[in-house]
Design a protein around this ligand. Structure first.
Ligand code: FES
Ligand code: FES
Length: 170
């Protein structure tokens, strides 16, 4: 019988308790056990960035992190970016500037860009490019994504945190 474990963590600002098979990745726990399907399942090899989330405010590839490693920690997914019914400035600029086309890569870009702007509110284009270098997009050619991040500079709060209530029950 496969071992199950139970952990407590904070997901998008809300305490959560979740029970899952011990082999599961954070990506699987988010999507399958917490019902947060905004984080996308791509290569599962750490190569595409579609699964990026923030773990204690640092971007990680959730396909490479075991769920058990997240006990007691803070996870922020794309569902946690909007606050008080308002899109995060990055979500708005991505929408306004056509940086999201099929959208599959978008959650990973958004959380990675949020971490960058939280760390450095005024990055250069090269710094943006470097920060997003682990995120792949098949649709946009990246130009609109870079422009959307630049357009959000100066509008993003230093840290929007993880406000909002989402379904985080197990
Ligand atoms: S699904 Fe995690 S990097 Fe591709
Ligand atoms: S918008 Fe389609 S993969 Fe990026």
């Amino acid at each position: 019988m496969r071992q199950r474990i139970q952990i407590q963590l904070t997901v998008n600002g809300e305490p959560a308790e979740v029970c899952f098979a011990s082999y599961k990745t954070l990506l699987e726990v988010l999507r399958e056990d917490l019902g947060l399907c905004g984080t996308k399942h791509g290569c599962e090899l750490g190569e595409c960035g579609a699964c990026a989330v923030l773990l204690d405010d640092q971007p990680v590839l959730s396909c490479l992190v075991l769920g058990v490693e997240c006990s007691g920690r803070r996870v922020t997914t794309v569902e946690g970016l909007a606050s008080d019914g308002r899109l995060h400035p990055l979500q708005q600029t991505f929408a306004d500037l056509g940086a999201a086309q099929c959208g599959y890569c978008t959650p990973g870009f958004l959380v990675t860009a949020k971490a960058l702007l939280d760390e450095d509110p005024h990055p250069t284009r090269d710094q943006i490019r470097e920060a997003l270098s682990g995120n792949l997009c098949r649709c946009t050619g990246y130009q609109q994504i870079l422009e959307a991040v630049e357009a959000a500079i100066g509008t993003a709060p230093a840290s929007l945190g993880t406000a909002g209530s989402r379904g985080t029950g197990s």
